[in-house]
Design a binder for this molecule. Structure first.
Ligand SMILES: Cc1cc2nc3c(=O)[nH]c(=O)nc-3n(C[C@H](O)[C@H](O)[C@H](O)COP(=O)(O)O)c2cc1C
Length: 363
């Protein structure tokens, strides 16, 4: 049976994965209110298409401070890809390179960042690999700096700092499943110290930083010339501060419902942030993007592009590199079809008048 929707990959992945690993990917924090809302909120926004404005195939490419992408969808940073497929982040990176999309590689990758970039490079020789590096600021400032230098040296094109995780969200599914560590043989390879005489070095624990503050962002801004992206901003006031502090972009994100529960759906938070930022820096959005129409709605409300987390993991679990490529290809087809059906000849024609709120009682 062909996969006809991104949700088909989740169904198939669920059949193949150990339940505790499926739950690790699918689950959210606490009562999973935010997790559910992210997806459901898109169905409360209706699309009202224009007609009789036919044109050629719409251009889907986007530019983000020097990085170019074939469509306005990035791969969100997600931890531990080798739990989902033996080739892990290498397979994801190759699929991203082949599809021409930007992959944000997680600090908590089970493949070292140098090898992730190399996998992208080898899959699409000639094209510059578009890998961004996601960082959780670590308590040891020297270690944080070494991570930034590694990302720069590896050829990463931007630094994405996750700001919604000063502590780790509480995931009831993981606690109930006793899922609290990586299985034997898998490690966070970015946290490995250089070893002596060819021996693998020790792996540091992934730490969270309660003290995380704007001063850390200022320090990172001084430390690197890479574009700096904050992931996890959900308020207009914070977005305005970020824009004034030399941050290059924001990802409006509630971490896919995995950190603070009951944060509203990101698609509902986006319009106020877009008004506050007034186009000074590009906005990206993630959380609950499962179909092409979701992407259109986010762009119509002010996002330059979106990112997907779980659908990539499900594609990876189903068929490795090819599964991720299928997910990206399906989403691309859906975006293109929905854009034409909306009477838009380009992403730039997406705007709020195409949207209507669907009243809850009439859903
Ligand atoms: C299994 C899993 C692991 C994740 N790991 C990270 C991570 O290491 N760093 C990070 O900033 N966000 C992480 N996220 C959050 C994603 O970057 C993203 O915000 C979220 O998945 C988007 O929602 P979606 O899954 O509904 O598309 C993770 C999400 C999932 C599902």
């Amino acid at each position: 049976v062909p996969a006809c929707a991104l949700s088909d990959f989740e169904l198939e992945a669920r059949k193949r994965l150990e339940p505790a690993i499926y739950d690790f990917g699918a689950g959210g924090a606490d009562g999973e209110v935010t997790l559910r809302e992210n997806e459901v909120a898109f169905s409360r926004v209706g699309l009202v298409p224009r007609v009789l404005r036919g044109g050629g195939a719409p251009e889907l490419g986007v530019e983000l401070f020097g990085s170019s992408a074939a469509m306005p969808v990035l791969i969100a940073p997600t931890a531990f890809h080798r739990l989902f497929h033996a080739e892990g982040e290498r397979a994801t990176a190759r699929a991203a390179a082949l599809a021409g999309v930007i992959m944000v590689a997680s600090l908590a990758s089970t493949v070292a960042i140098e090898d992730v970039v190399e996998a992208a490079r080898s899959a699409a020789p000639g094209a510059a690999p578009e890998i961004w590096f996601q960082l959780n600021v670590q308590p040891d400032p020297d270690f944080t700096e070494r991570l930034v230098r590694r990302a720069e040296a590896a050829g990463c094109r931007a630094l994405v700092v996750t700001v919604d995780a000063p502590v780790f969200g509480f995931r009831r599914r993981d606690r109930r499943n006793g899922f609290d560590d990586l299985p034997d043989g898998l490690h966070c390879e970015n946290l490995r110290e250089p070893g002596r005489s060819g021996e693998p070095g020790r792996v540091r624990p992934l730490a969270f930083l309660r003290e995380l503050s704007w001063e850390h962002i200022d320090r990172l801004r001084k430390l690197t010339r890479l574009p700096l992206v904050l992931k996890g901003v959900v308020r207009p006031d914070d977005a305005r501060v970020a824009a004034g502090r030399g941050v290059d972009a924001i990802i409006v994100s509630n971490h896919g419902g995995r950190q603070l529960d009951t944060v509203p759906a990101t698609i509902e938070l986006l319009p106020a942030i877009a008004s506050a930022v007034e186009g000074r820096i590009p906005l990206l959005l993630d959380g609950g993007i499962r179909r092409g129409t979701d992407v259109l709605k986010a762009i119509a409300l002010g996002a330059r592009a979106v990112a997907i987390g779980r659908p990539v993991l499900w594609g990876l679990a189903v068929a490795g590199q090819d599964g991720v490529l299928q997910v990206l290809g399906l989403l691309r087809d859906e975006i293109e079809r929905a854009l034409v059906l909306c009477g838009c000849r380009s992403l730039a024609e997406l705007e709020p008048s195409l949207l209507r709120l669907v009243r809850a009682e009439r859903r």
